[in-house]
Design a protein around this ligand. Structure first.
Ligand code: PLP
Length: 426
C-alpha cells in the first residue's frame, strides 16, 4: 500500500482544513487608498502617493534618494544608463538570477559576463568576479538571491580596487541588512522589484535607491522621458548636482513611470513589511534549526554579517544520496503533494535558460559579429549554478514563513515522511 501522497495516499497536510497563508495580503486600508486615488483624478505622474512612497522607502533603506519606476526590470536598465554603461562595456553578474539582471545589460548594448555562485548561498562568488575582470569591466551586479546576501564586503573591496560601479539587484531583499546597512544602500545604486510574488508588492512596480545626488537626478530624469527632475529635493541649486542646465532636458529616455494606484498600495504595504520580515525571519531561523538535524537536508548558510534577513523564497539544499538516490525533481513533487504547496527548483542558470535567449533578436542585438559572439550565454561555464539547479535546490514562496511553528513542523514532517518512504518512488 502506498504511503506517500504522490502515490495516492493521504497527504500530510489537508489544505482544505488547514490552508497555507495567502499572498498577497491586503485589507480595507488598500481599498480606501485605491479609492482615494481614483477619486482624486491624479492617477500618475509625480503624484502625492509616489512622493510619499519615495520618502518612506528612502528612510526604510537608509538611502538619501528613492525613485519609483514601472518594474524591477526597467530599474536595472535605468541604473546601467545612469552609470553611463553601454557599448563596449562589460558587466559582471551571477549566472543564477532572474533573466532581467542579464537582459537589461544587453538592452543598453553592453556585454553581460556570467560568473559562478557560492554553493552555500547561491549568490555571486567574489573569487569568480575577480577572475572575470578585464579592462572593459565597468560594473558588478550582485543579486541577493531568495533570502541570502551576496558578500558585500568582498564585492565593494573588489569594486574599489578596480574602480567599478556596483548595482545591487535587491528584487529579493527588501529590508535585508548587511552589518546594519540595508540592502540597496551599500552599492552605488539599489534596484527593487514590486512584482506580485515579491515581499513588497503592488502587482508590478520597482524602485531605485542611491546616496548620490548626481545619480538620483539622472535616474529621476531617465524614468520620466528625460525631463528635468521636479521633486523638491532637486529644486534648490545648492542641493542639485547640476547635471541639468536651467533651460533643457539633456537625457533621451522613455516613460518608465509608476502609477498612483501602485504607489498607494506600496505605501500601505510598507506599514506591514517590517513585521512581516520579522515573522519570516523568526520562522526561517526556527525551521532551519529543525532542518539541519535531517539527513540529506542542509539549510542555506546565513552569514553572520547578515544582521536582518528578508526572504523572497525560502530554500534549502537537498542531497539525493541520502534519500536512496531519489531524484531531486521527484523529491520536490513528492513534497508538493504532501504539503499542497508549490515546491520549485531555483532559476535556470543563464547559460542555458529558456527566457534568456538574446540571440533570438538579431535585428536588435546583432550590433557586430564580435558582439554577437560576446552575448552568447552558452560561452559561460557555470558548474555550481548547474549543480544547484539540477541536483540541490528546493524552494518555496516566502508565504510559507508567514504562518505558525506548526506550519514549519509540517514541512519538516513531510520531508521525514518522504525520507522514510523514498523507495516507493524509485
Ligand atoms: C533578481 C531579479 N531581478 C530583477 C527582477 C525583475 O523585476 P520585475 O519582474 O519587477 O521586472 C526580478 C523579478 O523576478 C528578479 O527576481
Amino acid at each position: 500500500m502506498a504511503n506517500l501522497a504522490i502515490s495516492g495516499a493521504n497527504p500530510l497536510r489537508n489544505i482544505k482544513e488547514n490552508p497555507w497563508p495567502a499572498w498577497p495580503i491586503w485589507d480595507e486600508n488598500e481599498e480606501k487608498a485605491l479609492l482615494s486615488v481614483l477619486q482624486s483624478g491624479v492617477w500618475s505622474y509625480n503624484g502625492p502617493k509616489e512622493i510619499e512612497f519615495n520618502k518612506i522607502f528612502s528612510e526604510f533603506t537608509g538611502t538619501k534618494f528613492s525613485i519609483c519606476a514601472a518594474n524591477g526590470t526597467v530599474t536595472l536598465q535605468l541604473a546601467l544608463e545612469a552609470l553611463g554603461i553601454g557599448i563596449g562595456d562589460e558587466v559582471i553578474l551571477p549566472g543564477l538570477t532572474w533573466q532581467a539582471t542579464a537582459a537589461t545589460v544587453i538592452d543598453v548594448n553592453a556585454t553581460p559576463i556570467l560568473v559562478d555562485i557560492c554553493e552555500d548561498t547561491w549568490c555571486i562568488d567574489p573569487d569568480a568576479i575577480e577572475k572575470a575582470i578585464t579592462p572593459r569591466t565597468k560594473a558588478i551586479i550582485p543579486v541577493h538571491l531568495y533570502g541570502n546576501f551576496a558578500d558585500m564586503d568582498r564585492i565593494m573591496e573588489i569594486a574599489k580596487k578596480h574602480n567599478l560601479a556596483v548595482i545591487e539587484d535587491c528584487a529579493h531583499k527588501h529590508g535585508g541588512e548587511w552589518k546594519g546597512k540595508k540592502a540597496g544602500s551599500i552599492g552605488d545604486i539599489g534596484s527593487f522589484s514590486f512584482q506580485l510574488s515579491k515581499h513588497l508588492t503592488a502587482g508590478e512596480g520597482g524602485a531605485l535607491t542611491t546616496n548620490s545626488l548626481e545619480l538620483a537626478e539622472k535616474l529621476d530624469a531617465l524614468r520620466n522621458c528625460g525631463r528635468r527632475p521636479e521633486g523638491e529635493e532637486f529644486q534648490d541649486a545648492d542641493k542639485g548636482a547640476g547635471v541639468y542646465s536651467d533651460d533643457g532636458n539633456f537625457i533621451q529616455s522613455g516613460n518608465y513611470r509608476i502609477t498612483e494606484f501602485q504607489a498607494a498600495i506600496l505605501v500601505e504595504g510598507m506599514k506591514r513589511l517590517p513585521e512581516q520580515n520579522k515573522l519570516r525571519d523568526e520562522n526561517g531561523i526556527y525551521i532551519n534549526s529543525l532542518l539541519k538535524e535531517l539527513p540529506g537536508i542542509t539549510p542555506m548558510k546565513r552569514d553572520e554579517r547578515e544582521t536582518k534577513e528578508a526572504y523572497f523564497n525560502f530554500s534549502f539544499r537537498y542531497n539525493k544520496d541520502e534519500f536512496k538516490n531519489l531524484p531531486t525533481n521527484k523529491f520536490r513533487e513528492a513534497l508538493a503533494a504532501e504539503l499542497g504547496l508549490t515546491v520549485e527548483g531555483c532559476y535556470e542558470p543563464l547559460n542555458n535558460a529558456s527566457l534568456y535567449v538574446p540571440r533570438t533578436k538579431p535585428s536588435r542585438h546583432k550590433l557586430s559579429d564580435q558582439y554577437w559572439e560576446d552575448i552568447n550565454p552558452a560561452r559561460f561555464n557555470l558548474p555550481v549554478c548547474e549543480k544547484v539547479f539540477k541536483d540541490i535546490s528546493v524552494c518555496f514562496h516566502h508565504k510559507i514563513l508567514m504562518g505558525t511553528k506548526k506550519d514549519m513542523q509540517d514541512i519538516v514532517d513531510a520531508i521525514k515522511k518522504i525520507y522514510d518512504n523514498a523507495e516507493e518512488l524509485l
